[in-house]
Design a protein around this ligand. Structure first.
Ligand code: ATP
Ligand code: MG
Length: 362
C-alpha cells in the first residue's frame, strides 16, 4: 500500500510556533525522509469559513500568508502538493455522502468541537457547517487515501471520527477508503503548545501567539512580557516550572547546544529547572535565554520568508499546480466512492441495461 500524507491548516492567520512544533516541523522531516509516495498539504479555506462566514476577507488575506510560512519552514513544492480546499469541489461532494454515516449526537460529542464552540461563543447558535467540519476533514483525509496525518493533539478526535466513517463506509458499500493514522510529535509539550497567556492552546483565533513571521523586536517584546509563575515574586523565592509557559516553550524548543552557546553555567534544561525550583533564579534571566533560543529557531525561517515575500507570482504558481494535482487525485477517489455506492450512473453501462431488462421481464 502506498504511504500518503495529508495535513493542513486553516487560513485564519499566519502560522505560529505551536504549528511549527505541533505539525510543520514533522511535515518537513517526513517530506525529506523519502519514505512517502505522495504528500498533500491543504489550505482549509472552506473549513475556516465555518466559523468566519461573516469575514471571508480574513480568509482571502491569509491563504498566501500560510503558504509563505510553509515555504519558509522548508516545505518543498517539488515533493509536496500544496492545495486550496475550496478549489477541489469533490471534497464537498464526499462530505455530503459521509454525513449520512454520522449522527448529530456523535458530532455534538466531539471534545475539540465542544471546546471551540465555547471559545467562539457559539453555545446558543452553532452554525451547522461548524458542527459538521470533522466530517469535511474526513473527506479531506480519505480523498487522498492518506495513511498518515501529522497533527497536534487537538486533531485526535477528528482522526477518530474519520476512522469511524471509513469503517462505516467500507462495511456498507465495500472496501474503498483507507483508514488513516494520526502522527503526534514525540515531545508531549509540542502536541499542544500553550498560548503566551499560559492558558488554553496557542491559537490563531485567540491571538495569544508568537508568529513565525514576527520580527526580532516583536518576539523579544512578547517573551519579555510573558506570564510566568505568579508565586515567584522575589528572585530568592522557589519557583514552579509546571504550567509556566516560559519553561514549557523551553521544553519544546531548547537543545543542549543552546546552553553551551547562551547559558554555559548550566548543562541542560533539567539543571536550569532545578535551580528555578530551589529559588535564586530570576524570570528575566530565563526569558532572555528563551528569547535567544527563539531567535535562533525563527531567524532562518524569517529569512526564507523574506525571499518568498518578494516572489509572490511564483507562490501563486506553486499553489495552482498543487491544487491541479490534488484535484486529479480527489476526482479519482470520488469516482471510486460513487462506484462503490452504485451512483456512478453515467460511467456504468450496465446500469441502463439493467433498467431495460427489468421492464422486459415484467
Ligand atoms: P484556529 O484558531 O483558526 O483553529 P489554530 O491555531 O488552531 O487556528 P489550525 O489551522 O486549526 O490552527 O491547526 C493546524 C495544525 O496545527 C493542526 O494540526 C493542529 O493540531 C496544529 N496546532 C494548532 N495549534 C497548535 C498548538 N498550540 N500546539 C501544537 N499544535 C497545534
Ligand atoms: Mg484550530
Amino acid at each position: 500500500m502506498k504511504k500518503i500524507i495529508l495535513t493542513g491548516d486553516r487560513p485564519t492567520g499566519r502560522l505560529h510556533i505551536g504549528h511549527y512544533v505541533g505539525s510543520l516541523k514533522k511535515r518537513v522531516e517526513l517530506q525529506n525522509s523519502g519514505n512517502y509516495d505522495e504528500i498533500y498539504i491543504e489550505i482549509a479555506d472552506a473549513q475556516a469559513l465555518t466559523d468566519n462566514a461573516d469575514n471571508p476577507e480574513k480568509i482571502r488575506q491569509n491563504v498566501i500568508e500560510i503558504v509563505l510560512d510553509y515555504l519558509a519552514c522548508g516545505i518543498d513544492p517539488s515533493k509536496t502538493n500544496i492545495f486550496v480546499q475550496s478549489a477541489v469541489p469533490e471534497l464537498t461532494e464526499l462530505t455530503f455522502y459521509y454525513l449520512n454515516l454520522v449522527t448529530v449526537s456523535r458530532l455534538e460529542r466531539n471534545p475539540t468541537v465542544k471546546d471551540e464552540i465555547k471559545l467562539r461563543g457559539f453555545q446558543t447558535s452553532i452554525p451547522a457547517g461548524f458542527l459538521i467540519y470533522p466530517v469535511s476533514q474526513a473527506a479531506d483525509i480519505t480523498a487522498f487515501k492518506a495513511t498518515t496525518v501529522p497533527v497536534g493533539e487537538d486533531q485526535l478526535p477528528m482522526i477518530e471520527q474519520t476512522k469511524e466513517i471509513v469503517k462505516s463506509f467500507n462495511n456498507t458499500y465495500g472496501n474503498t477508503l483507507v483508514k488513516p493514522e494520526a502522527l503526534l510529535p514525540e515531545n508531549e509539550t509540542c502536541s499542544r503548545l500553550p498560548g503566551l497567556d499560559g492558558n488554553a492552546k496557542m491559537s490563531k483565533s485567540l491571538g495569544n501567539c508568537i508568529y513565525l513571521s514576527d520580527s526580532k523586536e516583536v518576539i523579544e517584546k512578547k517573551i519579555m512580557s510573558m506570564f510566568t509563575d505568579p508565586t515567584h515574586l522575589k528572585i530568592s523565592d522557589p519557583g514552579h516550572t509546571e504550567n509556566n509557559p516560559v519553561f514549557t516553550y523551553l521544553d519544546a524548543f531548547c537543545k543542549d547546544e543552546h546552553f553551551t552557546k547562551y547559558l554555559p553555567e548550566y548543562k541542560n534544561l533539567d539543571e536550569l529547572k532545578d535551580h528555578y525550583r530551589k529559588g535564586g533564579l530570576g524570570d528575566m534571566k530565563i526569558k532572555r535565554f528563551l528569547n535567544d533560543v527563539m531567535q535562533d529557531t525563527i531567524g532562518p525561517i524569517r529569512e526564507k520568508r523574506n525571499y518568498w515575500e518578494k516572489h509572490i507570482p511564483e507562490v501563486y504558481q506553486i499553489i495552482k499546480e498543487g491544487t491541479n494535482k490534488a484535484r486529479q487525485k480527489a476526482i479519482q477517489t470520488t469516482n471510486e466512492v460513487k462506484a462503490a455506492m452504485g451512483i456512478n450512473y453515467f460511467e456504468d453501462e450496465n446500469w441502463i441495461k439493467e433498467q431495460q431488462e427489468k421492464f422486459n421481464q415484467e
